[in-house]
Design a protein. Structure first.
Lengths: 186, 110
């Protein structure tokens, strides 16, 4: 595989093949970021296009201080956050006391338990987390980034990244326990 | 189900690929889009350079017409009497440049 430096230089020299490789190499990462930040499916592809256009325009400013993928993820995250702000979408955080967070209303939980299996419920709960938590979870578990890389991409301190991961997983675990409790009652 | 099993279940859900995927032609379309955008912006650059040049010529023409300006060498004809001095000046500047490049830049290089 071409190194980051060789790829960037080739793209900057107008090599279309290299530009194609650059996009192919990062489209999965960018689509993950966008999916976790933006719920509206119709906006996602357009947003990915804008992110790659921006990355291409700014590629000359990339200074190789970080991995190219981390740099692309930074652009994707900022672009996604700006998109949410433009649409005036809510940027909530989890409450300090995570016991206050309810994924589903208790009266709906019983219905869910009857209709769906546990994995579907976990998946549904993941989608209900605030966007920044979803992004951190995906970058860590799906894209295999470490705490430092996630921090660079999102602009969050490493401690916050660890905290988000811990709190999100803790909440999901509690929701599974709640689900299992309901199942026993049924 | 014990804690470990719950952790595994959560882990497996978190490691799942998100359902949204870009179309397989996305990269090709992006390359075409960027190439087209570059061509358009190059065309605009050429247009603006030509337009600026045209405006400059028009502005000069209008100024000449309005002010009744007639080109003259003004104070410069006296330089005809100092041809030697001008040649010396040019040579001297050239010499200083050569000295700088040959000796000073090498010494000051890290």
């Amino acid at each position: 595989m071409t190194s980051d430096k060789a790829l960037v230089n080739a793209v900057l020299n107008g090599d279309r093949r290299a530009l194609h490789d650059f996009i192919k190499r990062h489209e999965r990462l960018v689509s993950h970021m966008v999916t976790k930040l933006v719920d509206d499916k119709s906006d996602r592809e357009e947003l990915c296009q804008d992110i790659f256009l921006k990355a291409y325009e700014k590629l000359g400013e990339f200074n190789f201080q970080s991995k190219l993928s981390t740099w692309v993820a930074t652009i994707a995250y900022r672009h996604g956050v700006n998109h949410l702000r433009k649409r005036k979408m809510k940027w909530a955080d989890l409450p300090e006391d995570t016991d206050d967070w309810n994924f589903v209303e208790p009266e709906n939980l019983q219905q869910l338990v009857e209709e769906e299996d546990m994995e579907k419920i976990i998946q549904r709960n993941v989608e209900q987390l605030p966007p920044q938590y979803r992004v951190v979870l995906t970058l860590f578990h799906v894209d295999g980034m470490n705490y430092n890389e996630i921090g660079e991409a999102t602009g969050m301190p490493e401690g916050t990244v660890k905290n988000y991961l811990f709190r999100a997983r803790h909440l999901l675990k509690e929701s599974v326990k709640k689900y299992l409790g309901q199942e026993e009652i049924l | 189900m014990d804690e470990q099993e719950i952790d595994k279940k959560i882990e497996s859900v978190l490691m799942r690929e998100p359902d949204f995927q870009l179309p397989s032609t996305f990269a090709d379309r992006m390359v075409s889009m960027i190439t087209a955008k570059q061509q358009t912006s190059r065309k605009w650059e050429i247009f603006w350079i030509a337009f600026t040049g045209f405006l400059f010529v028009v502005a000069v023409g209008v100024s000449v017409y309005l002010t009744g300006f007639k080109p003259s060498f003004s104070a410069f004809p006296f330089l005809n009497n100092y041809a030697g001095l001008i040649v010396f000046g040019a040579l001297f500047i050239g010499f200083l440049n050569w000295v700088e490049k040959k000796f000073l830049q090498i010494k000051s290089a890290p």
